[in-house]
Design a protein around this ligand. Structure first.
Ligand code: ADP
Ligand code: UDP
Length: 237
């Protein structure tokens, strides 16, 4: 497999074509951004930590029957993935109230959400990723409603797998964001699962172990990601 041209550089990752049109290389950079790219910093080791974290989680999800784009780790900061036609929608499930849910609905951070909520956001930095529903997605043709329904089911199935995985590691899976795309007509999980795109709290102390440490300037960001990885048994080398 040969890495070729840069297709796209996002806020935290870059993707490259390969000699196989069905596969691409995803490069995890140290760039860290929040607030729709308004706060940006380089955090040492983040690319490596997120690449290995993501590989570990994607393999767990695949083993549980959730189709993912992940193929193989290529290096500390690169993974080979299937090239998907991404749907421009972020799927978010929440088990506890935090972040924008608290701001939007005035609910107290940390309350249990039973049943967990499901929300979708349009990937559009200029608009600040607005919340959208199935009706908007159908009307504006952002994705096929049948595929959105499958993405929703897969997002909830992911919750069952990962709630247990993190619980066994002494962590609460507070909320998370997933992105899906199409591969040969099938809805497949793409992008990444790492502490950049979810909230994880220590079960006992409720300490934040995710990107909120960066958003809120709490420090120890990568140390927290590594501690989560250590509890899951991930080898960062
Ligand atoms: P952003 O675009 O939000 O700044 P990133 O820095 O994470 O995000 O860039 C990664 C980009 O690659 C995202 O736009 C994401 O939708 C896209 N992507 C992720 N996985 C795949 C895939 N398997 N095939 C095609 N594109 C993908
Ligand atoms: N999230 C993300 N990318 C985004 C928006 C949200 O990864 O562009 C994740 C975020 O890390 C959290 C969950 O989705 O785990 C819910 O985020 P929320 O809506 O609370 O927004 P925030 O407060 O993070 O802006």
């Amino acid at each position: 497999m040969e890495k070729r041209n840069e297709l796209y550089a996002g806020k935290a990752k870059s993707v490259f074509t390969t000699d196989d049109p069905n596969l691409m290389v995803m490069v995890f950079r140290d760039d860290t951004s929040a607030f729709d790219g308004k706060k940006v910093e380089q955090l040492d080791r983040k690319g490596m930590v997120n690449n290995k974290f993501n590989a570990f989680i994607m393999q767990k999800l695949e083993a549980a029957g959730i189709p993912t784009h992940f193929e193989v780790l290529l290096s500390d900061t690169e993974s080979l993935v299937k090239c998907l036609k991404m749907m421009p929608i972020e799927c978010v499930v929440r088990n506890y109230a935090a972040g924008s849910l608290c701001r939007r609905l005035g609910v107290e951070e940390g309350i249990t959400l039973n049943p967990p909520t499901f929300e979708m956001f349009l990937k559009n930095d200029a608009l600040g990723d607005p919340m959208v529903n199935e009706s908007h997605i159908a009307t504006f043709g952002w994705a096929d409603p049948a595929n959105i329904e499958i993405a929703k089911q897969l997002t909830f199935k992911t919750n069952e797998v990962l709630k247990k995985l993190f619980d066994d590691a002494g962590l609460l899976l507070v909320d998370y964001k997933l992105e899906f795309g199409l591969y040969q007509g099938q809805v497949v999980l793409g992008d990444e699962f790492s502490p950049d795109g979810c909230r994880l709290w220590d079960k006992e102390t409720r300490d934040k172990m995710d990107k909120d440490r960066f958003r809120q300037g709490l420090g120890g960001v990568i140390e927290a990601y590594e501690e989560v990885g250590r509890r899951l048994g991930i080898d960062f080398g």
